[in-house]
Write a new protein. Structure first.
Length: 379
């Protein structure tokens, strides 16, 4: 069943899938690569600091055997010897420890990056299930791990046999000569052997890193249904999206109707289109559209305009052009400045005529480029 399920996972993982996996602590990791880098770092530091380590060891040796008469009768002898020896020991261990820590941090960074997940620290009792454990052993990953372990055993064992045969004379000399020389030879042999083992582990670690990246990508692959479900979850169902658009449109219309009483003029088609303009020459560079609509909404705009005594001017070409070119809250385009100015001038003349009791002028017939009407040219 598990193999069949994995065969169905043919799609590359999405960013959301990868992100969720990292949050759970599931990132590509190679224990072989980490072990190789730690071994190489520690042994390289041991070999490079061998001479200085010998000097620190001689100092520790001298501290335990040579004291002056005053120091022997001093109450601070034990404390002084301890702190001096500890200081020398730290000087020996510090380079190796620092190289080990750096290698331990660098190994996961090279493969999967640094990642901390609190969820990965939570205990999972299903891991204690022996049946599930046996299934993992005989699964593909378990067989690969078994093969890698056997390969490491064979390669490291073979390297150990070869080194012991080639270095046998040097190993025998470490216990026959001067103590200091023997210790130095032992450290050198240990460091060189560690470097050889580290190189072998590095080769295995490089291969394992490639396998871990491949296996991680394979495990994170998704089925077509999972991709569809995730897309639906992110984008939302069509019904929900339609409902959201409906609510947004209702809110937009409500705000538009609240702004409509501020209009200076409403330009109509006269029945299909209605566009409300506002203009304040002290604050605006050009008139702006504060409401517009077609059919039922246009009728509502005309009713509100009539209720607030906002002048209404019939100019079908201009109404269609304004509706096609200008969004709510935007200034009218420069190509319509002259036509809009004629309408605003007419509204001002009508107000002046009514105030002085004279006949109002004839409504203007603005000339509008048909291209500005867009798809509404024939409405």
């Amino acid at each position: 069943m598990a193999d069949q399920e994995q065969e169905d996972r043919t799609e590359q993982p999405s960013e959301k899938r990868i992100r969720e996996a990292r949050e759970k602590g599931d990132v590509p990791r190679s224990r072989d690569l980490s072990g190789a880098l730690v071994t190489l770092g520690a042994m390289s530091a041991l070999v490079s600091t061998g001479p200085s380590a010998m000097e620190h060891m001689r100092t520790i040796y001298r501290l335990g055997l040579s004291y002056s008469r005053d120091a022997l009768f001093s109450g601070n002898l034990a404390g002084h010897a301890f702190y001096s020896a500890a200081h020398e020991a730290i000087a020996i261990v510090a380079p190796v420890a620092a190289a080990t820590v750096l290698a331990a941090v660098a190994a996961p960074t090279l493969l999967g990056g640094l990642n901390f997940s609190a969820e990965a620290l939570q205990p999972k009792f299903e891991r204690l299930d022996p049946i599930s454990g046996l299934g993992k052993i005989f699964a593909m990953r378990g067989l690969v791990e078994l093969g890698k372990s056997l390969l490491k055993l064979v390669l490291i064992g073979a390297a150990l046999v070869i080194l012991m045969r080639n270095w046998q004379p040097e190993m025998m000399q470490t216990g026959r000569g001067v103590v200091g020389v023997g210790i130095a030879q032992s450290i050198s042999l240990l460091g060189r052997a560690g470097l050889v083992f580290g190189v072998i582990l590095a080769l295995l670690g490089g291969v394992d890193a490639l396998w871990q990246r491949f296996d991680y990508g394979r495990r994170q692959r998704m089925t077509k249904q999972e991709l569809r479900d995730e897309h639906k979850e992110q984008e939302g169902s069509p019904e929900l999206k339609g409902r959201i658009r409906q609510v947004q449109q209702q809110m937009s219309r409500r705000r538009m109707m609240q702004e409509l009483p501020k209009a200076d003029v409403v330009i109509t088609n006269p029945t299909h289109f209605a566009v409300a303009l506002q203009y304040d020459d002290g604050r605006m560079r050009a008139p702006k559209v504060i409401a517009k609509g077609v059919d039922v909404l246009a009728l509502q705009i005309r009713h509100v305009a009539a209720g607030h005594r906002i002048p209404t001017v019939e100019a079908p070409p201009l109404a269609r052009a304004l509706y096609a070119t200008t969004d709510i809250g935007r200034e009218v385009p420069a190509a319509l400045y002259v036509a809009v100015a004629q309408v605003l001038a007419y509204v001002y003349q009508v107000k002046q005529a009514l105030a002085h009791g004279v006949s109002p002028p004839e409504p203007p017939r603005p000339d509008v480029d048909p291209e500005l009407m867009g798809p509404y040219r024939d409405n």
